[in-house]
Design a protein. Structure first.
Length: 398
């Protein structure tokens, strides 16, 4: 068993319920970063420069290799699914399922997060405090066994040979890793996919056009009213979903320490004990501290109108229901094995206090959330499937 395989399998075991995509000795453990490639010179107004891993500098060739690998079903053990199967461009790089399904049909305990602005994440997956780079994260779905996602464990050589014997990939790998006699290994695959993921930057929504580009008319009056509510102390939304990426859990070159935040939002309170369902207990799975039960990372809200269903387990279907949940201050499950009042969860964040909205105010907040949809990003041909299997959103063809 080689170093990459051994490390990834071991990490996959520790992440049995850690979420779909820790510590790589060369990458994840080092805080050193660089922007020497110059790839991030053109960023949306108001966006800081992302950090770039020293051992995985971006090049156009590496990004293009990563784009092909991301969309190629040969990445899975039985050639039935690609990375894009769980991160579809038409759904803002999520999959529309409550929880994802792996190549062999196993259900994942977590909802597939959008990859919008994933390069700015302080940590990856829903509740893993140690997974700090895209490169390390990419290895998780490749080698994880509980559940199986792409199924590389014990099949690494077989899967790599599919690309090694393909003339297109021989050229793509040679361009991405020039001067290497045999660049076909799992580590370089993960680095290429991470490089592609680093480019998925969304910052041209109507909100951005209005806020950073001087086009006030880009947002509707309803969306502007919703914006005022969203950023008010009355609703408290911005405390967890603030800043340029509408998430406090961010990292970039302007800050020394990444903001790795996790919150319990009162989604469950099984039998009044504060407990969450097995395999979905959040940060507690790593710390075993009672106070960490049910604490998860607050994801970006960018492009959120396309990423339903919501929450770490996809258990809330619509934005309207999300607002109902937070309005109540936690979810009430009246009966069944998960029964309990989340509003009374003893470990719930003090920011989840509940609020009251009129019917119009509720629609205004939803209009604001819809103003975070960035069609220029979602329809950008640079991020499209080179094989034509994963279509962009129908809006892109209008």
């Amino acid at each position: 068993m080689n170093r990459v395989l051994g490390w990834a399998v071991a990490l996959g075991l520790s992440l049995a319920a850690g979420g779909c995509g820790g510590d790589d000795g060369d990458d994840a453990s080092s805080p050193s970063t660089t922007t020497s490639s110059g790839y991030f010179e053109s960023l949306p107004p108001g966006f800081p420069t992302p950090k770039e891993s020293v051992d995985n500098p971006l090049t156009n060739a590496k990004i293009e290799l990563g784009r092909h690998l991301f969309y190629d079903p040969r990445m899975s053990v039985n050639q039935t699914m690609a990375c894009a199967s769980c991160h579809q461009p038409a759904r803002a790089f999520s999959d529309g399922r409550p929880t994802s399904i792996g190549a062999t049909g196993e259900n994942h305990p977590r909802n597939a997060m959008s990859l919008s602005n994933v390069v700015y994440n302080a940590t990856f997956n829903w509740a893993n405090p140690g997974l700090a780079t895209l490169h390390a994260q990419a290895l998780i779905p490749m080698f994880g066994e509980f559940p199986v996602e792409l199924g590389w464990s014990d099949r690494e050589a077989e899967i790599l040979d599919r690309f090694r014997h393909d003339p297109l990939y021989r050229q793509l790998f040679a361009d991405a890793y020039p001067g290497e006699s045999d660049p076909f290994d799992a580590d370089r695959v993960a680095k290429a996919i991470a490089a592609f993921g680093s480019t998925l930057i969304s910052g041209n929504s109507p909100y951005d056009q209005s806020t950073y580009q001087g086009n006030r008319n880009a947002m509707s009056e309803a969306a502007r009213r919703g914006q005022e509510l969203f950023f008010s102390e009355r609703m408290e939304c911005f405390h967890c979903h603030g800043g340029f990426n509408f998430s406090q859990a961010v990292s970039h070159s302007n800050i020394t320490l990444a903001q790795a935040e996790f919150h319990n939002n009162g989604l469950y309170n099984i039998n009044g004990t504060g407990d969450y369902p097995l395999s979905n207990r959040g940060l507690w799975e790593f710390t075993h501290r009672s106070a960490d039960m049910g604490r998860f990372r607050a994801p970006t809200l960018r492009n959120i109108e396309l990423t339903a269903p919501y929450m770490h387990d996809g258990s809330i279907a619509t934005l309207e229901e999300v607002l109902d949940h937070y309005s109540r201050g936690g979810r009430l499950i009246a009966e069944g094995p998960l029964a309990g009042d989340g509003a009374k969860n003893p470990f719930k964040s003090e920011l989840i206090v509940g609020f009251s909205l009129t019917t119009r105010e509720k629609q205004d907040v939803i209009a604001f959330l819809q103003s975070l949809t960035d069609w220029a990003f979602l329809c950008d041909p640079r991020f499209a499937d080179p094989f034509g299997n994963f279509e962009a959103h129908s809006h892109c063809h209008q």
